[in-house]
Write a protein that binds this ligand. Sequence first.
Ligand SMILES: *Cc1c(COP(=O)(O)O)cnc(C)c1O
Length: 368
Amino acid sequence: MSAPAHDPSSAAPALRPATIAVTAGRPPHEPDEPLNVPITMTSTYGATGDLEYGRFGNPTWSAFEETLGALEGGRALAFASGMAAVTTILDLVGIGGSVIAPRHAYNGSVAALADAESRGRLRASLVDTSDTAAVIAALRADEDCALLWLESPTNPALEVADIPALVAAAHELGIRVVVDNTFATPLLQQPLSLGADIVVHSATKYIAGHSDVLMGAIVVADEEVYGALKGRRDLAGAVPGPFETWLALRGLRTLPVRLERAAANAAELARRLADHPAVEEVRYPGFGAIVAPVLAGGADAGDFLVRATSLWVHATSLGGVESTFERRRRWKLEPATIPDGLVRLSVGIEDVEDLWHDLKQALDRINA
Ligand SMILES: *Cc1c(COP(=O)(O)O)cnc(C)c1O
């Protein structure tokens, strides 16, 4: 007896993100087909086809790109790291063009802008992107502006930008808009659907999600921009390894459940931290899994906290299943507008009671 035909077109509703994360980018459901895309370790392909050479394409990349693209609502390109993706986008800005960017963007992005500026490649102005009127004024005042760079929420100040309002103002002036969506992930914010032109990710963080791989990605809606960025990737060669890409795709499959748990833990910790006397202020945008308490005791209190826990790991980076934290101003590059006592918590998926117990015993001892 033949199997009943499955007709996916029979007025099925559009798939929801948690389903897309699991099902997109799979081999066809056929006898003896593997369920998972294989790790294709090859530097070249039999001529003459579409792929030709390992720097131009790889079937494992394609599976990752199909899945992330479906979640963000565009076409994705995989990169060797978030910074490889960031600098590829900056390369689209013509010589002497200007970029307006958040003063509290990821410090690597700010450093890449400063480096390009120091070489006369472009001009960069840093603004408070949570101040919509100020950003719009800056866009209007800058005749050479080619790119509005947004990151929302920002790392680590957790400021949120009004993406639709800023996109409308930028597009009126013919300025392209990029959103670094690393903190929100496509599950909490889809910038392309809010009108942005380009989305960039450090897939190292929530997408891969296990603190074991470096990767980046760009997602775009427009075919011409896709072609320009793919051309830059082919030439600059900052491509990921097939194994790293397979790990990132494996991570992406469980992003919805990881993020749901981490975000619930973060909301609970934000609430409890706000009531602790050692905490002056809690930065928390109301979604996502990053919480940044500012300690009343400043740098000393922050440095004490990160050494006084047993579960929380003192380490940079974020978005893994395990909870990590660091006092951001320990980095020389961190701007002075970030408070000395700000500790960025990357909340993981452990039991929230254990996380709180570990944090609280350390906070209780700060002034003792
Ligand atoms: C980590 C990070 C980056 C850089 O990504 P890498 O994978 O470390 O190169 C860019 N943007 C944000 C918001 C980040 O957190």
